[in-house]
Write a protein that binds this ligand. Structure first.
Ligand SMILES: [Fe+2]
Ligand SMILES: [Fe+2]
Length: 370
């Protein structure tokens, strides 16, 4: 009996995970599927759900992909060093004739995995391509040449689905089309991804619907850039900084808060006030989040990656369809750092051309980066 092994964080499992496994079963005729949720020690986790919650969701998501489906908790039992090269021999011992299923995007950095040749010595690897990541076939042959073993590219090509977007959508209190209905039911019943619902409701009270749509567009943009460029910024920080970046835009009263006096009465006031009001009205204490809000309009010299991410996501947010933003969006998509600098140059030149004074921080940022 052949068994397909499929691992992942499943935070949460989405429809494309399920489609991939279902198609792998169909193409190989495998009779059993073993789902292997990754275990990350709680103190290291940047995810939202506990191991137990992810196991529960995986059971619901994958229950009917084959006659025999097992969600195996081996990773938690082992606790650490959960590399495929260690786990697969264990899986082989437990389940016999196995094949290991991975996504085409994983194949692209397969050579950076621990002991690729050990993995391929244990069992064949099934590769499921994803739209936009074509070229798995030659890469599979190249990988075989380097590390031995057998890689088989499935005929099925998966749809591009972003886990980050799913998480952001759920955290905003909206439903996602990209998760199986059974998973959505558990998320609702168990109140998962509910930790920012109050924050979201408050933002909606403070922002007009147009501004809220912009905040959402900037948030999705930030989440996409974070994963597309592998910036590795903490998801919760990206979420909060982007969601709250304009929270003071339509609430300009200074209320005795600490903002630079030269910003009062100018368009840049809302970034300083936004940081202060995020602290006062939303209880945000994390200085990285507050600073990402504080400099999202002017920029400044020596910005952190999170600050650059929020600045860039705001300037190239998906609601900005007017010229020349699509051009800058493409620049940022091609190269994050270069795109950031070109945006800064554009903004700096635009403000200068208007004849109004350039805010000193922007002037300093331009000197620093350009
Ligand atoms: Fe803003
Ligand atoms: Fe904005």
């Amino acid at each position: 009996m052949q068994t397909i092994i499929f691992g992942g964080a499943f935070d949460p499992p989405h429809s494309e995970h399920v489609n991939m496994v279902r198609e792998a079963v169909r193409e190989t005729g495998a009779e059993r599927v073993v789902i292997l949720p990754t275990f990350v020690p709680p103190h290291k986790s940047a995810g939202f759900l506990s191991f137990e919650e992810r196991v529960k969701l995986a059971k619901a998501a994958f229950c009917d992909v084959a006659d025999n489906v097992i969600v195996d908790e081996e990773e938690k039992t082992r606790g650490k060093d959960n590399y495929a090269s260690f786990l697969l021999p264990l899986m082989k011992k437990k389940y016999g004739d196995i094949a290991y299923l991975i996504g085409g995007d994983s194949l692209q950095y397969f050579d950076t995995w621990r002991n690729p040749s050990d993995i391929l010595a244990v069992c064949p690897v099934l590769v499921c391509e994803r739209e936009g990541f074509a070229g798995a076939e030659p890469l599979a042959r190249e990988t075989e040449r380097r590390f031995g073993g057998e890689l088989r590219v499935l005929r099925y090509v998966g749809k591009e689905v972003s886990s980050g977007r799913i998480k952001a959508t759920l955290l905003l209190g909206e439903s996602s089309d990209d998760i199986p209905a059974a998973v959505a039911d558990i998320i609702r019943q168990d109140g998962l991804f509910a930790e920012y619902l109050e924050t979201v409701e408050k933002v909606k009270r403070f922002e007009s619907s147009e501004l809220y749509e912009h905040s959402k567009a900037a948030l999705f943009r930030a989440v996409d850039l974070n994963s597309a460029h592998n910036l590795k910024q903490n998801f919760k920080k990206v979420f909060l900084a982007a969601l709250l970046h304009d929270n003071a835009k339509e609430r300009p009263s200074v209320d005795g808060l600490d903002v630079p006096s030269d910003s009062i009465g100018t368009p840049v006031l809302h970034q300083f006030l936004g940081a202060e009001k995020a602290r006062r009205d939303f209880g945000v204490t994390d200085s990285e989040i507050l600073d990402a809000i504080r400099y999202h309009t002017t920029a400044k010299p020596g910005m952190t990656l999170l600050e650059k991410l929020i600045y860039t996501a705001d300037s190239t947010s998906y609601d900005r369809e007017y010229a020349p933003m699509p051009y800058y969006r493409a620049l940022v998509d091609a190269d994050f750092e270069n795109g950031f600098c070109e945006l800064l140059r554009y903004t700096f030149e635009k403000v200068k051309a208007k004849g109004r004074g350039v805010y000193p921080l922007t002037e300093e940022a331009a000197k620093y980066y350009l």
